[in-house]
Design a protein around this ligand. Structure first.
Ligand code: SF4
Length: 453
């Protein structure tokens, strides 16, 4: 979500005539977009903020903008006192305060035509913004991009800071989403990931609004778009209608991100996740039945937190056993860290020692490494379709429909190409392949279609 938000800020700044530089000491404006989902992310944000202080002292005219979950949606008085050198504070997903600050200061130096665009952006706010124009260095080069479709979250898991920082759930209007997707495709993007903290709740807050299955069907019609993904899903909202849409629509990739967080019912209850280990087990079965099919079938990714308050060895073992049984493609693992203001921080002592959290983390990490290696080994010798995104240290990096990372060596420019490749090596985290056949000619042309809603 932060990557998508940063793109939005870069786009808004370019509309004002700024361009990006990787060197903060040269910048007129520095935007620090922050995440606080874990303590380590928050520490990093404060570290970067402190490192900007001497720069601001040297160049007081430099504008410092602190954005994102560190700021949140409920006021920032304490932050303002602590960091008086910050000029602008912006909540997540909202470039508005920065744009307003810069336009007040610079309105006389800007062209009249740009002024109109600026007011459109400010008046309509982040959820009704003008079509997203990619930053110049991304235009025609960015292959995969994110489009937020649900902002905020109203679920309130006891450990989670996100509802406090990103606010209540708000689904974006389908017309705005389509405008953004079409604009991105026109600028060369081939793959779109629809984002939401609970993306499968898309439309639930709009009376008679479309649901995620309907949204996928509409986005699927965008000509020139090759692939669609969506994340993150909550187990309780993954309907058969949604799974059927994934199965039926060829551009929607067979990859589901659906966090379990724990495999023990009491821990799940303490987290207020709203499901049991057994219902998650049945969900995985249902996903595999409906999307499994022929090789490579569907891939499933999950999230797990170890060391939640009160988690006993026996409870952790149930999480371990569930992961061992379900053999999911990816498990994003985290050690519990209390986030100030959350229910778990206020009411549940953080009583699992740090070294024990690390021990549980490593046990799951080792288990998952073996599972991922076993799943990926099935790809050896198989031919898969890969969408290539960029060159990394001399090799082209791309992804399969199931979101597996594939590297190939090639003298061709593969950026943005969908190519058949044969897997020659597989490991737990990535694969290597050799290219087969020619590039598809129609991929070089990007069309812009009109879709009536
Ligand atoms: S569903 Fe739970 S974990 Fe996910 S964003 Fe909402 S409160 Fe946080």
């Amino acid at each position: 979500m932060n990557v998508a938000d940063s793109l939005r800020v870069a786009s808004a700044l370019e509309r004002l005539g700024y361009h990006a530089t990787p060197r903060p000491h040269e910048a007129d404006v520095v935007v620090l977009n922050t995440c606080v989902v874990r303590q380590s992310a928050e520490d990093k944000a404060y570290g970067r903020l402190h490192s900007l202080r001497p720069l601001k002292q040297q160049r007081p005219e430099m504008v410092v903008n602190l954005m994102g979950c560190l700021v949140g949606v409920k006021g920032y008085d304490k932050l303002k006192k602590r960091f008086p050198f910050v000029d602008v504070f912006s909540p997540p997903s909202d470039p508005g305060p920065l744009v307003a600050y810069l336009t007040q200061d610079e309105s006389r130096t800007l062209e009249q035509s740009e002024t109109g665009e600026r007011f459109t952006l400010m008046d309509e706010g982040p959820e009704r913004a003008a079509p997203l124009l990619l930053p110049v260095e991304e235009r025609g080069r960015l292959v995969a991009s994110h489009v937020p479709v649900v902002l905020g979250c109203s679920h309130a898991c006891t450990f989670c800071i996100i509802p406090y920082r990103r606010g209540v759930e708000r689904s974006r209007h389908v017309g705005d989403i389509l405008t953004e997707v079409r604009a991105l495709v026109e600028q060369g993007v081939k793959e779109i990931t629809l984002l939401g903290q609970i993306v499968d709740r898309y439309g639930k807050d709009i009376e008679d609004g479309p649901n995620l299955a309907a949204l996928l069907r509409v986005v699927h019609e965008v000509e020139g778009l090759e692939r669609i993904r969506f994340l993150t899903s909550h187990p309780n909202w993954m309907t058969d209608e949604l799974l059927d849409a994934v199965a039926e629509l060829p551009k929607v990739m067979p990859h589901i991100e659906v966090p379990v967080q724990a495999g023990d019912d009491e821990v799940l209850e303490n987290m207020k996740r709203g499901y049991t280990a057994e219902s998650y087990r049945r969900l995985v079965e249902r996903i595999r039945q409906r999307l499994g099919g022929a090789f490579p079938g569907v891939s499933i990714a999950t999230d797990i937190i170890v060391g939640f308050p009160g988690e006993t060895q026996a409870q952790f073992q149930r999480t371990y056993d569930l992961l061992a049984e379900l053999k999911l493609d990816v498990a994003h693992l985290a050690r519990y860290s209390p986030r100030a203001g959350t229910v778990s921080e206020r009411r549940m002592p953080d009583d699992v020692p740090d070294e024990e959290k690390w021990r549980r983390f490593r046990l799951l990490e080792d288990l998952q490494e073996g599972i991922a290696a076993e799943i990926n080994a099935r790809y050896l010798g198989e031919t898969v379709e890969v969408l290539f995104e960029e060159q990394v240290r001399g090799r082209w990096k791309g992804r399969t429909p199931t979101n597996k990372l594939v590297f190939v060596e090639s003298a061709e420019d593969l950026q943005g190409q969908l190519r058949q490749a044969q897997i020659t090596w597989s490991g737990p985290w990535s694969m290597q392949a050799r290219l087969l056949g020619e590039a598809r000619a129609d991929l070089t042309a990007v069309a812009f279609s009109q879709i009536s809603l």
